[in-house]
Structure formats: structure tokens, C-alpha cells
Design a binder for this molecule. Structure first.
Ligand SMILES: [Zn+2]
Length: 427
């Protein structure tokens, strides 16, 4: 098998573009992946200059080695290459050689890879089509066959979304994520994908084998603190998000959470249990910070996201729950003290990872919309403050949980504080 794609780093592309008419290439070639990558480039017979692929653990870093040649050519060769590649065909060796008169290496019994650089493709009449400047070839005595290339773009990362997405506003925003479990882990990844610049990860627990069936992370992190595992993974795959891994319990360590809230724009709480949710609701309200609480209810039958605003006409978590219970709704909070995997013999099916990740991602969307709405982005206003999402609907559930179809989403407004609430009353 031979490589049917060649990766070219931006550094390698620049070396080829700024050198003369031809030169040598060294390559890494992975036979199982049918993939090659340029790792160094020379100008004619001069010394090879490194232009390695990033990251350092790229699949090609420890692949086999190979060599090749690059040529500067006229744009007509690349035009011809597009025509023959449409027919899954190649050029005769003589035809190919005719386009590269300087320093052509004739393949003997050994085929080789070549790159061709055609700076003229941006000039008329070639600029009409989508002809690339750099192309790759497999050159043998039988002819030259175009193969795919991927050239590393000059711009990588979130800045590509600007100005159609508020990249700058989000990169300077801080979200405190309480809970690094299944919902929290999915939320962490989604927050980074949205471009949140700073994540404070708060969770006192370690990752167990039993967590893996629902968690975003892999078995290589078993036994580590969940916040450390998440921080390491985000550093690898979403390096534009800065993380702080805090092995804190919001209930026990409330005094250490309070100062962190001063540099937090929104709290996303994905922790299990009544106590952490109530403490987050209380601390964030007193700090004047918006809070998003995410959970699943009834063994994973519903996803729920509740946004609390620290405003005079909006209640805290306890006020919202009491209002719901008074209206005849179910008493939700006690079911939150049961872990996702602790269903009874009669209800053995508890929440599955995919459903928990959906809730985590929607919670991340709500948190990001909350930050952006505060920053004047009117298109990020939400339809309400409380949403219930049917994952496995339950017949006969009380409003607002009386949803009949999986995937149904219902938004409701917030309610005012209840008289005498110790959280909502001005201190
Ligand atoms: Zn209250």
C-alpha cells in the first residue's frame, strides 16, 4: 500500500514557496494509515531544514521514513492534474517531466513522492478554478499519479469564527463548572467548543471504573481526580481554553469558592445531590452571579436546566422548587441524591451517557447564551428560564414534566422569590 494523502505543515509549505526551483523532501509514511507527511525540506542539494508536523504525538511522528522531491512548476500542470484526477487517472512520465524541466529525478525501479508548487495558479486564466498551489504525486516508471494533500492553514483555532461568532467576548469570559461527572464533563467540552476562555473546574471526586460507561473521558484516567482528567484532556484538544482544576467540594469548601466567584461570569452546576445545588444557588445569588443548574430526573426520564438570575423579581433554587410543589408539581430534588447507576430492580434503566451528554451540552449552550446576553448579544436570549427535556417520557407526570414524546423540550418562565427566603432576602 502507498500513501494516498500527504500532509504539509505550514512551515514546510513556506520553505518550498521561498526556495528555488526544486529540492528534496523527507517524509514520514504510515502504511496502515496510507498517510505521509513532510518533515523536512531542502533547496536543491543544500542541507535539509526541519518542518515537522505538530503535535509531537501526531500519528506520523513515529512512522517509517521516506524521501521525495519537490518542483516549482507552471500552473498548467495543476490544471491538467485536476482533469486526470477526475478520471482517476495519471499523466505519462514524459508528460509530467515536460512540466518540470529543472532538476527532474527519473524514477528507476523505485517510485517516489513528489510535491509540485505552482505559484501561477492565482493568475488568469487559472484563477477561475479551484486549483491548489501545492499538489502531490506518486511518480513511477509508469507515470505520475496525483494524490491528495492537506496543507496546514495559516489560521487555526477559534479566531476562524470571528466576526460571525463573538470569539473575543467569550475568550475573556470565565465559567465556573461545578461537577466533573457525566453531564459536567460533556458541558466542559462544549464550553470549550463555544470558545469560553477560562474554566474553573470544581469537583472533589475521583474517576472510577463505574463512571466510564457514561463519562466523556477514557480509562487512562481511572483513579485520577475528575477535574485533573478533564483539564488534561481539554489542554490537549481545546488548548485555547485555560482551565483551573480545583479539587473542592462546594459544600465543605464554600469559603474557598466565594473568592473564586468574584472572577466568574456564570456558574454551571452539574453536581449530583441536593446539597451542592442549594449551596451553589445560595453562593452565586449572594455574589450576584447568574447560575445554570443541569441534571436528569426520574432515573434519566427528563433532562432539566434551570437558570437563576440574582434579580429582585427572580427566586433562588429553593423558591423555584417550592413554587413548583405548591402548584402540584413533583418534588424533584430528592431524586437527585440517587446516582445515575443506582436504579432499583423495578427501574433498572438509569440515565445513559448519550442522554447525559445532551443535557450537558444544552446546559453549556444556556451558560454561554447567558454570558453573551449580558454582553449585549440580543440573539442569545433564551425562550425562558427553566427547560425540561423529555429523554424517556413518563405517562402521567405532573406539569411541566407532562411531555409525551422523546426529544420534546418545554421552556417555562421564572418565578418571584417566596417571602422570607433566607437566600433571596437582601442580606
Ligand atoms: Zn429564594
Amino acid at each position: 500500500m502507498t500513501a494516498d494523502m500527504i500532509l504539509i505543515s505550514q512551515e514546510a509549505a513556506q520553505l518550498i514557496k521561498t526556495s528555488g526551483l526544486w529540492g528534496h523532501l523527507s517524509l514520514r509514511i504510515s502504511e496502515p494509515d496510507a498517510l505521509a507527511g513532510v518533515i523536512s525540506v531542502s533547496e536543491q542539494q543544500k542541507v535539509m531544514r526541519p518542518a515537522a508536523l505538530e503535535p509531537r504525538n501526531h500519528v506520523l511522528r513515529c512512522a517509517g521514513t521516506g524521501s521525495g522531491v519537490w518542483y516549482r512548476v507552471g500552473p498548467e500542470l495543476h490544471g491538467a492534474a485536476l482533469l486526470v484526477s477526475v478520471r482517476s487517472s495519471g499523466l505519462t512520465l514524459e508528460g509530467f517531466r515536460g512540466h518540470v524541466p529543472s532538476g527532474f529525478k527519473t524514477p528507476g525501479a523505485m517510485a517516489y513522492y513528489a510535491l509540485t508548487y505552482a505559484p501561477g495558479v492565482h493568475d488568469p486564466p487559472y484563477n477561475e478554478g479551484q486549483i491548489p498551489e501545492l499538489m502531490a504525486w506518486h511518480v513511477s516508471a509508469d507515470g505520475a499519479w496525483p494524490i491528495s494533500t492537506q496543507v496546514e492553514p495559516q489560521t487555526l483555532g477559534l479566531s476562524q469564527f470571528a466576526p460571525s461568532w463573538p470569539v473575543a467576548e467569550l475568550s475573556e469570559s470565565t465559567v465556573m463548572l461545578v461537577g466533573g461527572g457525566s453531564i459536567g464533563g460533556a458541558a466542559a467540552h462544549a464550553l470549550a467548543l463555544y470558545g469560553v476562555g477560562n474554566l474553573l473546574l470544581v469537583d472533589p471526586d475521583r474517576l472510577g471504573w463505574h463512571n466510564l460507561v457514561r463519562h466523556v473521558t477514557s480509562s487512562r484516567h481511572v483513579g485520577r481526580y475528575k477535574v485533573d482528567a478533564l483539564a488534561d484532556e481539554l489542554a490537549q484538544i481545546r488548548s485555547e481554553t485555560r482551565t483551573e482544576a480545583l479539587r473542592l467540594d462546594v459544600v465543605v469548601d464554600a469559603d474557598r469558592i466565594r473568592p473564586l466567584l468574584r472572577r466568574t461570569h456564570v456558574v454551571l452546576c452539574a453536581a449530583d445531590g441536593i446539597a451542592p445545588r442549594r449551596v451553589v444557588s445560595h453562593l452565586a445569588r449572594r455574589a450576584g452571579i447568574d447560575t445554570v443548574l443541569a441534571c436528569v430526573l426520574q432515573d434519566g426520564a427528563f433532562g432539566e436546566i434551570l437558570r437563576l438570575r440574582p434579580w429582585a423579581d427572580r427566586g433562588c433554587l429553593v423558591c423555584e422548587r417550592e413554587t413548583l410543589a405548591t402548584a402540584g408539581g413533583m418534588d424533584i430534588e430528592p431524586s437527585l441524591d440517587a446516582g445515575y447507576g443506582t436504579g432499583t430492580r423495578h427501574r433498572p434503566m438509569t440515565a445513559v451517557g448519550g442522554d447525559l451528554h445532551l443535557v450537558g451540552q444544552l446546559a453549556a449552550k444556556v451558560a454561554v447564551a447567558t454570558v453573551l446576553e449580558r454582553r449585549g448579544q440580543a440573539d442569545q436570549r433564551l425562550p425562558g428560564e427553566h427547560t425540561v427535556w423529555a429523554l424517556r417520557p413518563q405517562p402521567g407526570a405532573a406539569p411541566p414534566f407532562d411531555l409525551s414524546r422523546s426529544g420534546e423540550l418545554r421552556w417555562s418562565p421564572a418565578h418571584p422569590p417566596r417571602p422570607g427566603c433566607p437566600t433571596c432576602q437582601a442580606p
